[in-house]
Design a binder for this molecule. Structure first.
Ligand code: UT7
Length: 316
């Protein structure tokens, strides 16, 4: 016990859609390669006028409006990201001001790359148990287009922008989310240089070792969450995978014998949005009515760090 439930979700996507066809005019690639190797058809990209903060605000406002929870009831605000508009203040601090969250709300950004939202859920569960107010506002948000090299075909076809927010509630009677988090430090196969480098700060990824890492880690992480929770895959209504590559999801589904109807994805129209990926899919499942009240979603993220994380979230 001592757990979280998901109260509501919200999301915001930039207006511009970048298609595979558009990318063929920028680098030597083709729709067939991108589609068959990744499952991606389109992704959303911010214009110069759009910002990370704007996306986060829009997603938060939608999630709060859908929850019926007032900003004054939020005790913790966390933003999982590595592409905020500034190194500081944290996006979560800007949200505190713009949304009118109480000044004693714990607000910070968290960088666990594509595992960030799951890390944030676990962090929120720990923090909310000690917070004066029991609702948390948890976001995953990225503007990856700002750190994507659009001359590198091996990465630029993958990434997209977007933000999603979740209002969660902590209660001593709710089941734990049974988070399983892990890290295998690696600065070689997947990284984004920071401010101390002279070269532009673009995402660097060696696809194959990261693919192998994901295929090894994801099924094990799911099994460990289920074991901790004393549940089986049959008890889970939706598996919410980080949308990095449809082939990784298919391999995990096959290994764990998961039915495809429990593994709906949205990679085809979002691309890989790193920390935003899991909550964007959660929002899609909730807003289409696919994830219903009382149902369980097992969220799993993996990515730079290298990190991974899985957690069970029940919709209130
Ligand atoms: O979100 C964080 C976690 N990230 C992941 O989990 C990503 C894991 N990795 C992957 O999803 C895949 O490795 C990629 C989608 C990134 C790449 O797919 P792949 O099947 O591993 O391709 P590859 O890198 O082995 O490249 C195969 C070929 C190469 O050509 P040669 O050497 O065989 O002649 C590449 O140069 O495909 C070529 N290639 C492309 N061709 C057309 C690479 N990118 C492209 C492209 N269009 N965009």
């Amino acid at each position: 016990m001592n757990g979280l439930k998901l109260v509501s979700t919200g999301s915001a996507m930039p207006e511009r859609v970048l298609t595979n066809e558009d990318l063929t005019k920028m680098v030597e690639t083709n729709d067939e390669w991108i589609t068959t190797r990744t499952g991606i058809h389109t992704r959303h990209i911010c214009s110069q006028e759009e910002s990370h903060t704007q996306l986060c605000l829009a997603a938060s406002r939608q999630a709060l409006a859908r929850s019926g929870i007032a900003p004054e009831e939020i005790g913790v605000c966390l933003v999982a990201t590595f592409t905020g508009d500034h190194l500081n203040p944290a996006t979560a601090c800007v949200l505190q001001k713009e949304l009118g969250l109480p000044e004693d709300t714990v607000c910070f950004d968290l960088n666990a790359a594509c595992s960030g939202f799951v890390y944030a859920l676990h962090t929120a569960q720990c923090l909310l148990s000690a917070a004066p107010r029991k609702f948390g506002l948890i976001l995953g948000a990225e503007v990856l287009s700002r750190v994507t090299d659009y001359t590198d075909r091996s990465t630029c076809v993958l990434f997209g922008d977007g933000a999603a927010a979740a209002v969660v509630e902590w209660n001593a009677e709710y089941p734990s989310i049974h988070a399983v988090l892990g890290c295998r430090g690696n600065t070689e196969v997947l990284y984004t240089p920071g401010v101390n480098t002279s070269s532009p700060s673009y995402i660097h990824m060696e696809g194959q070792p990261v693919f192998r890492f994901a295929v090894e880690t994801v099924p094990r992480c799911i099994s460990q969450v289920l074991e901790q929770a004393g549940l089986t895959a049959e008890d889970v209504d939706h598996f919410v995978f980080h949308q990095a590559n449809q082939r990784i999801i298919d391999l995990a589904m096959r290994k764990l014998h998961l039915p495809s109807e429990k593994c709906t994805g949205n990679i085809a129209h979002t691309g890989n949005t790193s920390a935003a990926s899991v909550p964007l899919l959660l929002d899609e499942l909730v807003s289409t009515g696919a994830l219903c009240s009382g149902q369980r979603a097992l969220c799993v993220g993996f990515g730079a760090g290298l990190t991974w994380g899985g957690a069970l979230l029940q919709l209130k």
